[in-house]
Design a protein around this ligand. Sequence first.
Ligand SMILES: NC(=O)C1=CN([C@@H]2O[C@H](COP(=O)(O)OP(=O)(O)OC[C@H]3O[C@@H](n4cnc5c(N)ncnc54)[C@H](OP(=O)(O)O)[C@@H]3O)[C@@H](O)[C@H]2O)C=CC1
Ligand SMILES: CC(=O)N[C@@H](CCC(=O)OP(=O)(O)O)C(=O)O
Length: 350
Amino acid sequence: MTTAIPDSNNSMQKVAIIGASGYAGAELVGLLGKHKRAQICHLVVSENSSSEGKLFSELHGRFKGVCDLPLQAFSPAWFDNNAADLDVVFFATPHEFSAKWAQAFIDAGVKIIDLSGGFRLKDANDYPKYYGFEHANIDALATAKYGLAEWQQDDIAKTNLVAVPGCYPTASLLCLKPLTVNNLVVENSLVVVNGISGVSGAGRSASLATNFNEVSLKAYNVLQHRHQPEISQEAAIEVVFIPHLAPYKRGLLATVTLQVKDGVTNAQIKQAFAQAYSDTPLVRLVASWPEIGNVAYTPFADVHWQFDEDKQVVVVSCAIDNLLKGAASQAVQCFNISLGLASEYSLINT
Ligand SMILES: NC(=O)C1=CN([C@@H]2O[C@H](COP(=O)(O)OP(=O)(O)OC[C@H]3O[C@@H](n4cnc5c(N)ncnc54)[C@H](OP(=O)(O)O)[C@@H]3O)[C@@H](O)[C@H]2O)C=CC1
Ligand SMILES: CC(=O)N[C@@H](CCC(=O)OP(=O)(O)O)C(=O)O
């Protein structure tokens, strides 16, 4: 069953953010705190979190005087006491949490906008392989809709479980989809996606591998990253995905290299990108190769492409902020779409 949010009277939506102490959750607090249609009712962390009871602004000092709500601990009792009063819950939690709890919220009449990967893959068998756990809720997996905001508006508007795309898949798919939906790519050819992320992509918890002082620049999880099947699934084309970790805080770049069919022209490629992104305020076709510095701390995605007519090779690159277009601001786009608002509502010039 799918249910749009009841919204006939432009009502405020009562929202909770689970995972509010983390990086993506904190960005959501910032965006939803100034959103005219959202009332933040609860900020939630894990059951045994060291952050329980602290003010959100104690953890994220830039919000002092802006959002001083206390962080509550999630538990089955918390769910029983609060879920039914909410309209929308954002999960900025580990993937397993979403997989376990989404259905209970949906049964309580709550819409879920899930920033984790708990509902992105359609094949439940991929969860043990790429996420390391058996999916707890295969029925909900079947009803979830992927939420790449510029491409899946109708699905997002109708579902009560939105799987917000991963950060690398967002940038990669914004590059790929104009070419794949127009059937321009050579069948069964090698499609290579190189991604580079800064350290905030790994979340707030301490780890030696993602410690700023330890990171230089290297590829990781090559051919086995969980975003490889996600990109392939949503582009409907097999890709080779090579993520890299680099020593900066915010932003992500994906660069795609592929071969287009014999006879495909520069004009066709131009038309495909123009058609896709001429009317998308948050996805900008830019005149030179995208830079992380132009999109970090913003909800924008910048896209640029180049075509080698002799080799029939296209290179497309997209830069985003991993915590915004790659997570929180895209989640707000999904929230806006579900309310019948323009997806960029409250995200530009506010
Ligand atoms: N960082 C990024 O660039 C992106 C992240 N994402 C996804 O968003 C989600 C959050 O990522 P990020 O903010 O980076 O991660 P963080 O590690 O920074 O934050 C995780 C949050 O989840 C909370 N949490 C952990 N376990 C539980 C639990 N069992 N129940 C309830 N809350 C829990 C943590 O609170 P506490 O530990 O205090 O309990 C914390 O608030 C992940 O699924 C991630 O994959 C998506 C796109 C990009
Ligand atoms: C630098 C870094 O570690 N990045 C993370 C991806 C970011 C993320 O949180 O992944 P989701 O979008 O799937 O939630 C990683 O490679 O696992």
